[in-house]
Design a protein around this ligand. Structure first.
Ligand SMILES: CC(C)(COP(=O)(O)OP(=O)(O)OC[C@H]1O[C@@H](n2cnc3c(N)ncnc32)[C@H](O)[C@@H]1OP(=O)(O)O)[C@@H](O)C(=O)NCCC(=O)NCCS
Length: 172
């Protein structure tokens, strides 16, 4: 009797579609609000073009987004792997895909606010302090309604959310 070799199911990283939104919300809800910023379904539909998903055997098992902050800077955000699929390279594959997307959009630096310092270090991110983009950009960013931008700026009203997180940056 011949035995088939063990096969590792293929993981496809692709842009999110509207039908993925409820599953993306479910993935985020596993980690929000302590580890990830909460997202309502409308937040996800509004930001859908920023989202990518990892799919294996017909199931979306990971998600992540790239959000442009300014001319030379984007944020990798809302990266989540289904706990049953962690440690299999899905988060890494998604992160590399999001970095490629950021580079394609034309930014040269990718920011992340995270507890997962070892994971992002292995992907080429380095811990940073404050990132001053210049007076004009900082003033415009302060006028943004995006909560992730408020966290990037460490505005007082989101301070409890950012406690314990590390600011990291990858040059693309
Ligand atoms: C961070 C996160 C997305 C990583 O997802 P993941 O799918 O487990 O990521 P990977 O499998 O690519 O890598 C995780 C670890 O497993 C290891 N690994 C990767 N492939 C592996 C494999 N085939 N076998 C064993 N280990 C493996 C990696 O080396 C990595 O180790 P490290 O963290 O010490 O660097 C996941 O932990 C998560 O959803 N966390 C909560 C949300 C969060 O913190 N997001 C980041 C801020 S936006």
């Amino acid at each position: 009797m011949s035995t088939l070799p063990d096969s590792v199911p293929e993981v496809v990283v692709r842009r999110a579609r509207v039908t993925d939104a409820p599953r993306i919300k479910a993935l985020i809800d596993i980690y929000a609000p302590e580890i990830l910023l909460e997202k309502t379904l409308v937040n996800i539909y509004e930001g859908l073009t920023e989202f990518w998903v990892a799919e294996t055997e017909g199931l979306v098992v990971g998600c992540g987004a790239v959000h442009v902050l300014w001319a030379d800077l984007a944020e990798l955000r809302t990266l989540a792997t289904d706990p049953a699929y962690r440690g299999r390279g899905i988060g890494g594959t998604l992160s590399r895909g999001l970095a490629e997307e950021a580079a394609r959009l034309g930014v040269t630096r990718l920011f992340v606010l995270t507890f997962e310092v070892t994971f992002f270090s292995a992907l080429g991110f380095r811990t940073i302090g404050e990132l001053d983009l210049g007076a004009e950009a900082m003033a415009e960013l302060r006028s943004s309604y995006d909560r992730g931008v408020a966290e990037f700026l460490e505005l007082p009203y989101v301070k409890p959310n950012t406690l314990g997180n590390t600011r990291m940056l990858k040059v693309l």
